[in-house]
Design a protein. Structure first.
Ligand code: P6P
Length: 346
């Protein structure tokens, strides 16, 4: 008799990483980085799930560099990510949404990767139990940034020099903390999803070689339409066409789905198709989302899954950052949806 295991059931993240290393897709250094990030995500998942019980909801009483009120879990999630990356011994510099400037890892633990991340995106949803997520990107340290780690400005400049997504973003991913905890990542060879099995504390392969649906996908648009009045005219015309074009052409009109949490809205778009957007507007011409640790990593994933990530006028992965927390208008989703959107913004 032969034992049968489901194709995914026993493919834990660590087994998957060892297989990728054996196949030469990644080296052991990257395997250690991703395993360390997965450990951070497991810890954050546990804290998010128990937030209301462990008095982890509410404000931390401080603001981040973005001028946003930090939630308790923002601060703690950031510490968890930083600690796991330091312990990996493979990280040289950390750039986080929750850190004013990039942070060098002490020499003894330093490695050759720069890791950028938003440790807990969408945390304004935490108190309501709505899905939130962590987003990360891993760049190879092509310059010795650590030599400047006592000069904040030089270190930040080195990070933006190194973190050019189009040619130096080696891996990216997100972990969604929702009805299930799903870690989705790419190392440049397809997109893979791992669902946390709390009964054994392991991420297990659940979404093999993910591809975003094309025209066969669901007609879903995901925007905060509360900002409609501040949008440029081309975008307003685009939005109107989604709401009326379908009916006029006799086809099913679009559905609006907006969680207000990038990771949740992105994950649904990746699985079902459609478009998510956080446009610039008359108040914030560059929108709200950050290039380095939100739009670039998410755009690497969507392109590896056959979709597109755009500012509406430019491919996200063609943009070289000029400062760590810079914002860009962001549209992401099925290729035909982004192409249609861009046709209104010419
Ligand atoms: P708004 C969360 O704060 C976030 O950065 C993204 O996760 C989310 O998509 C967006 O902002 C929501 O912003 O202005 O619609 O509340």
């Amino acid at each position: 008799a032969t034992t049968t295991t489901t194709e995914y059931g026993m493919n834990t993240l660590n087994v998957w990483l060892l297989k990728q290393e054996a196949a030469g897709t990644i080296d052991s250094e990257m395997a250690i980085m991703l395993s360390s990030i997965a450990t951070a995500c497991k810890q954050i998942s546990s804290m998010v799930t128990r937030a209301a019980i462990a008095d982890m909801t509410g404000l931390a009483g401080a603001e981040n560099v973005q001028g946003e009120d930090q939630k308790k879990l923002d601060v703690i999630s950031n510490e968890v990510f930083c600690n796991c990356l330091r312990a990996s011994g493979r990280t040289s510099v950390i750039a986080s949404e929750e850190e004013d400037t990039p942070v060098g890892v002490e020499e003894t633990y330093a490695g050759n990767y720069i890791c950028v991340f938003d440790p807990l995106d969408g945390s304004s949803n935490i108190d309501a139990g709505v899905s939130v997520g962590s987003i990360f990107g891993i760049y190879s340290e092509t310059e010795q940034c650590l030599v400047d780690d006592d000069d904040e400005e030089k270190l930040a400049k080195c990070v933006t020099n190194v973190c050019q997504p189009g040619n130096n973003l080696l891996a990216s991913g997100y972990c969604m903390y929702s009805s299930s905890c799903v870690l989705v990542l790419t190392v440049g060879d397809g997109v893979y999803g791992f669902t946390l099995d709390p009964s054994m504390g392991e991420f297990v392969l659940s979404h093999n070689n993910m591809k975003i649906p094309g025209t066969e996908g669901q007609k879903i648009y995901s925007f905060n339409e509360g900002n409609y009045a501040m949008w440029e005219e081309g975008l307003q015309n685009y939005m109107t066409s989604l709401k009326t074009g379908g009916a006029e052409q006799g086809s099913k009109p679009y559905s609006a789905r907006y969680i207000g949490s990038l990771v949740g809205d992105f994950h649904r778009t990746l699985l079902y198709g459609g478009i998510y957007g956080y446009p610039g507007d008359s108040k914030n011409p560059n929108g709200k989302l950050r290039l380095l640790y939100e739009c670039a990593p998410m755009s690497m994933i969507i392109e590896q899954a056959g979709g597109k990530g755009s500012t509406g006028r430019e491919r996200i992965l063609d943009i070289d950052p000029t400062e760590v927390h810079q914002r860009v208008p962001y549209f992401v989703g099925s290729k035909h949806e982004i192409d249609y959107l861009e046709s209104f913004l010419k």
